[in-house]
Each structure stands twice: as structure tokens, then as C-alpha cells.
Design a protein around this ligand. Structure first.
Ligand code: OGA
Ligand code: NI
Length: 352
């Protein structure tokens, strides 16, 4: 059997330990001068994304909440949710075990390392080392999480409670995702289960993003501007700000609020909604003092699902904006073209 031995002489591809030894950002992380974060503006915007209270979504407040979701999806592509039903303890354990994972000795973390994008469990760095020109100030662990029994045995076995804590979190967030997808479907005037059905046998992936402190945060990104390729993303962040959302051509910082999740519309909802809803550009900045962690759950269509604008949202005034395509084709393009401000949806525009 082929085994890989990682000796101390091998240079680690990971950023986390290296970052703490650096006084300057290495040249491969430095963005061109016209594409750098404006760290001075970071805290100056008072505008933020809407906060929606989900209490009563299954009861008397449903209509009102759905209206708020519709407004948020149209105007921001992003919202925060409170009273989302995921127990604080489950969220707390998820954050704790993630921090523990990234505190393991590097040799232990490296057992999970791979830059092969087709692997369903992998620790990696930046975004896609094989295709990108400039690296990002991030390490990340990506996991497939549904159906759980197909993937859980691949997940890190260390820290010892990792599989149990993450599985518990995944199950709860899955329930929440299904509810949100139904609410979004209704908010578009579609049948409650329209989107659910359009996705086929849907998948669920997650990432644990770890952004080490950075000596020169004005030169690089944790993640540069991009839209998410999936259906919806439910993001948990620790108490360190870094996420920014583009709203009316300005970058709005999403300051952490305890016990909330951040929800954003991915490209697939933009397409199904025939451009009524927008998959917003967002990015992650780093800072020179604190480590930042974010844990997005990506809710996705089945690879063979055929995605296109909902026929009910197409008429003479609203012609179809996209051609139909298989999700697998879309996803492949996303990972291979690199994160970019011109989003992947443009490749499937009806006029192309
Ligand atoms: C992502 C993402 C933002 C963040 O992983 O797709 O946008 O705040 N993360 O880490
Ligand atoms: Ni994203």
C-alpha cells in the first residue's frame, strides 16, 4: 500500500503555522494595487444587512416573515436570522471543535490535506492552488455532509469529538436549510416545494474557514469577491468581523451578532428566480490581531439536477435570462475559473 510520509523537511502547504512567523505578506499573496481591500473603510459603514426573526415562521407570522425574506433577497441577497431553532449548545460545540481542529499540531492536521478538488473531505489552503494567480490568506477544511453515513467515516478523527459535534450541527442546519428553501420558494410566488423538487437529491457541504492574523491586511484577502455557486449558504462566524457584502456598489461589513446565522442566496436561486433575486458579491478581509473563523454550510442541488429559470417566472416582460444546465457543469466551472467579480452565472446567460 502506498503511504505518504511527511517529514519535517517537507515544506507544509498550510498557512496557519507559517503566518505566525511572518512580519510581511509573502509576494504570492499580494494583490495588484487596484484590487486591494480598503481597510480604512472597514468599520465606517453603519448600514448592515437585514436581521429577520424566524419566530413564528411555521405559524401566525409566516406571511410577514416571507415578505421580509423577499425584500432581503431582492435588495441585498443576504440576511441574518435570529430564533433560527439551532440550539446554542450545538453551535457552541461546533465552534469549539473547529477551533480545536485548527489548534492541533500541524503534522496532525496535514493528515487531512489534499489539493485534489474531487475529494469529498479535504483540508486545503487559499482557494484552488492549481488555477489561481494570487493566494488567499486562509486555510480551510471542506466536508460533504449529506447523507451523513456516506461521508462521516472520512472526516477527521481528531479532535475525538469532531465527528459527533459536526454531525449534530449538520443535522440541525439541514433542517433549517429546508425550511428556508421552502420560505424562499413561497416568497417568489412559487409552490412551497418548487425549489426543493428542482434540486433533485440535494447535497450539503460545509467549510471551516480559518483566517490567521495577517501582518499586512491591506495587501491581501481571506477570500476575494465572489458569489456562492450553490442554492443558499448558512454562515456562522466567530466574534471577529471580516465579511463584507456589496450593496449599491459599497462594501458593507457584517458585524458579528451573537446567536445569529448569516444567510445568502447562491447563484442557483438567482437563476431559478430569473434574476428577481440577486446572488450578491461578498468577500472576507483579514486583520492583524485576531484569528477569524467562519463556518459556511452550502446547500446544493444534486449534480445531475437540471437548473433553469422557473417557468412561472418567465413571461413576455421577463424572458428567460438563462439556459438550462446540469448543476455538475456549473460547479466544475466555479472551481476551475477562479474567484472573480464577473460571476459564473454569466456563462449561462440566455444570450450566450
Ligand atoms: C465562503 C465565504 C465568507 C467568510 O466561504 O464562501 O464567503 O466570512 N466566506 O468567511
Ligand atoms: Ni462565499
Amino acid at each position: 500500500m502506498a503511504t505518504t510520509t511527511i517529514t519535517t523537511a517537507t515544506k507544509s502547504p498550510l498557512l496557519t503555522d507559517l503566518a505566525s512567523t511572518l512580519n510581511h505578506v509573502p509576494s504570492n499573496f499580494i494583490r495588484p494595487i487596484n484590487d486591494r481591500p480598503n481597510v480604512h473603510e472597514f468599520q465606517s459603514f453603519s448600514d448592515s444587512i437585514p436581521i429577520i426573526d424566524l419566530q413564528g415562521l411555521d405559524g401566525s407570522n409566516r406571511e410577514e416573515i416571507i415578505q421580509k425574506i423577499a425584500n432581503a433577497c431582492q435588495n441585498y441577497g443576504f440576511f441574518q436570522i435570529v430564533h433560527h431553532g439551532v440550539p446554542e449548545e450545538v453551535v457552541g460545540n461546533m465552534v469549539k471543535v473547529s477551533r480545536e481542529f485548527f489548534s492541533l499540531p500541524e503534522s496532525e492536521r496535514l493528515k487531512n490535506y489534499s489539493d485534489d478538488m474531487s475529494k469529498t473531505t479535504r483540508l486545503s489552503t487559499s482557494f484552488n492552488l492549481k488555477t489561481e494567480k494570487v493566494s488567499n490568506w486562509r486555510d480551510y477544511l471542506r466536508l460533504h455532509c449529506h447523507p451523513l453515513q456516506d461521508y462521516i467515516h472520512e472526516w477527521p478523527a481528531n479532535p475525538p469529538s469532531f465527528r459527533e459535534d459536526v454531525a449534530e450541527y449538520c443535522k440541525h442546519v439541514r433542517g433549517l436549510s429546508l425550511k428556508l428553501v421552502e420560505a424562499i420558494s413561497e416568497s417568489l410566488g412559487l409552490e412551497r416545494n418548487y425549489i426543493d423538487k428542482a434540486l433533485g437529491k440535494h447535497g450539503q457541504h460545509m467549510a471551516i474557514n480559518y483566517y490567521p492574523p495577517c501582518p499586512e491586511p491591506g495587501l491581501t484577502y481571506g477570500l476575494p469577491a465572489h458569489t456562492d455557486p450553490n442554492v443558499i449558504t448558512i454562515l456562522l462566524q466567530n466574534d471577529v468581523a471580516g465579511l463584507q457584502v456589496l450593496k449599491d456598489e459599497k462594501w458593507v461589513t457584517v458585524n458579528p451578532v451573537p446567536n445569529t446565522f448569516i444567510v445568502n442566496i447562491g447563484d442557483q436561486i438567482q437563476v431559478i428566480s430569473n434574476d428577481k433575486y440577486k446572488s450578491a458579491l461578498h468577500r472576507a478581509l483579514v486583520n492583524n490581531e485576531k484569528e477569524r473563523m467562519s463556518i459556511p454550510t452550502f446547500y446544493c442541488p444534486s449534480p445531475d439536477a437540471l437548473i433553469g429559470p422557473a417557468p412561472q417566472l418567465i413571461d413576455i416582460d421577463h424572458p428567460a435570462q438563462y439556459t438550462n444546465y446540469a448543476y455538475s457543469e456549473y460547479y466544475h466551472n466555479f472551481w476551475n475559473r477562479g474567484l472573480s467579480k464577473t460571476t459564473c452565472v454569466d456563462m449561462f446567460k440566455a444570450s450566450n
